[in-house]
Design a protein around this ligand. Sequence first.
Ligand code: PRT
Ligand code: MG
Length: 212
Amino acid sequence: MITIALSKGRIFEETLPLLRTAGIEVLEDPEKSRKLILATNQPEVRVLVVRATDVPTYVQYGGADLGITGKDTLLEHGTQGLVSPLDLQIAKCRISVAVRSDFDYASAVRQGSRLRVATKYVAIAREFFATKGVHVDLIKLYGSMELAPLTGLADAIVDLVSTGNTLKANHLVEVEHIMDISSRLVVNQAALKLKQAPVRAIIDAFAKALAK
Ligand code: PRT
Ligand code: MG
């Protein structure tokens, strides 16, 4: 049996056409069914429905052989025990620094002030500001990061941006583009050896589907 971990929502939706091109049809809709293990048209391939942030964990510990996860999630989790052979070019966005439109970010950075930064992406934020030589106090949040600068919890946030509408609606502006994000196929290192033929077949099918 080959198990693929996917999260509901945009990653699932954008993965389906790739799976289909690879000859794998998921037989149930996770938005309608309460099942967390979904069968496919291939009796030896099944799909697990997990939280987006749990995908690397399932694949690292072998709860799933393969998974699809955002580069943001993968960088936060770390790549131990994982091989990431393909950038699937789906669920694209960017990770940015944003502040209230009335906050003078440039002069705060120039003056070497200590910035309070709220984010779900503590590892990415720490690395980015360390490289820039900016001192930061990082505040870990699990969602609705946009509220932090509005309530005085933080000076800035590090968050994903796609259209920019969420920032705009909350009177925030993007002041740094940290990196572009898309989703990756990740594979359990041991499965790549122990289940070499079927796992390779799925990686190759994804690679072919991407090339189409
Ligand atoms: O929602 P949940 O808490 O279950 O988990 P999750 O937020 O980690 O999962 P999900 O499905 O929302 O996101 C999964 C992956 O999709 C992320 O890890 C990214 O790699 C990718 N992705 C692509 C995005 C976006 N685009 C995106 N726009 N993830 C989140 N957003 C959010 C962003 O956080 C912000 O709140 O959308 C809002 C901004 O969108 P715009 O269009 O208003 O700029
Ligand atoms: Mg979300």
